[in-house]
Write a protein that binds this ligand. Sequence first.
Ligand code: ADP
Ligand code: MG
Length: 213
Amino acid sequence: MERLYVELFQKMFVRGAALITEKEPYLTEIDSVIGDGDHGMGMKRGCEAVGRLLGKQQFDYVDELCYGVSTELIKTMGGASGIIFGTMFFGGLSKLGHKEYVTAGQLSEYFMEGEQAIERRGKARPGQKTMLDALYPACIAMKQAASQSEDVIFLFEKACQAAEDGAEESKNMKSGIGRSKNFKDKTLGLPDPGAVSASLWFRAFCDTVKENG
Ligand code: ADP
Ligand code: MG
């Protein structure tokens, strides 16, 4: 698949929002041990709003779709992670272009630019047990995939694998930023809740393109 059309991109977001909503109990469980316990509910609130938005509006252009999703997350989630997950889909908008489709190369730049925007905003780096520990490896994997192939399915397969590995790896990290830094040693052995959420987006994106490709 060399072009990801806006209809399918929209389905990917619908699936991601549904998956994160479904996993709310697990996100709540881990954030209750290593954070303040609100991550699952915050993500669920944002994702339900995204689901409602995408249920009533079909977007014609990829940049408008991603703008719509990101602003809905920022508006409805609140807290640090509202800005963070909103920025994940907002920060790289300029890389998408105002078109009905995007290519693998554009997608890899879009996500990388979003990741960089999160680093700037949150003053965090990968390695501090945050969602960046899933998102950054996914962006690197996408950059590499896009340099090898124009296939969007291959791109999301690589992204998903790297994001899931990254979330798993975050189990071995001690929290260095955000609320969970107060829990330091207690955070060992559990994945970062935000890293799990980021990996769930990529899991849903990958499954959707594979089923429709
Ligand atoms: P809050 O920190 O406001 O309680 P949540 O509990 O919803 O927000 O989200 C916590 C998640 O946000 C963490 O698991 C982590 O992945 C992510 N996070 C927190 N601070 C940052 C930051 N500065 N940069 C990137 N991600 C962050
Ligand atoms: Mg929290």
